[in-house]
Design a protein around this ligand. Sequence first.
Ligand code: PGA
Ligand code: MG
Length: 229
Amino acid sequence: MTSSLVIFDLDGTLIHTAPDLMASLNHVLALDGLAPVTFEDMTWLVGQGAKVMIERAWSHHGYAFAPEKLETAFDAFLVHYAAEMPGHSQPYPGLLAALDRLEASGMKLAVCTNKTEALARRLLDSLGLTGRFAAITGGDTFAVRKPHGEHVLGTIEMAGALPANAVMIGDSINDILAAQNAAVPAIAVPFGYSDKPVSDFNPDIIINHFDELDADMVRSLIESRHTAG
Ligand SMILES: O=C(O)COP(=O)(O)O
Ligand SMILES: [Mg+2]
């Protein structure tokens, strides 16, 4: 039988990265003399990768930018963000124990993030976590990214699992929609970066802390999907 697969979003789900993302974004904004964004703003700036984050911050400031400026700003962001890694970024409380529990039950783990794959790998490397995941895919790994279901399905395939045995855990509407588009059960966490309550996205279940996540929960979500047809 194929192993179950638990797929994690990265920013705001596995790792609390917003302070470092914000520092690098504010560095880029300052290059154009723009005011910094606040931590509150990060709840709607994060989710579609760094390029969209920069564009959203520019629009927020009413900054009329030429599209070619985006590549320069993105490069400046990458240099700043990668240089500080892992900075203040840390796994959320209870995460490492939850990964241990799932692995001990024979489950595979994967990461499906809209960060670029290189940045995601670098961050996970810097925290000593890369080896725990059967697959790590980013917003640039495939032709599409979350909320597209193919990003989730591609991650499942790379991890050597089957959609019928997978669940997705995330903090934003992109994660829950991507799971729904891939027809896999969705677990939402309310402690990440979302400007709307995660209950608005109709996940199958919400966990408030990683202490709640175990193999029984994953199995019952997968089984309930099968009985529901
Ligand atoms: O960095 C982002 O904008 C999104 O990253 P995530 O998909 O890991 O939440
Ligand atoms: Mg996220």
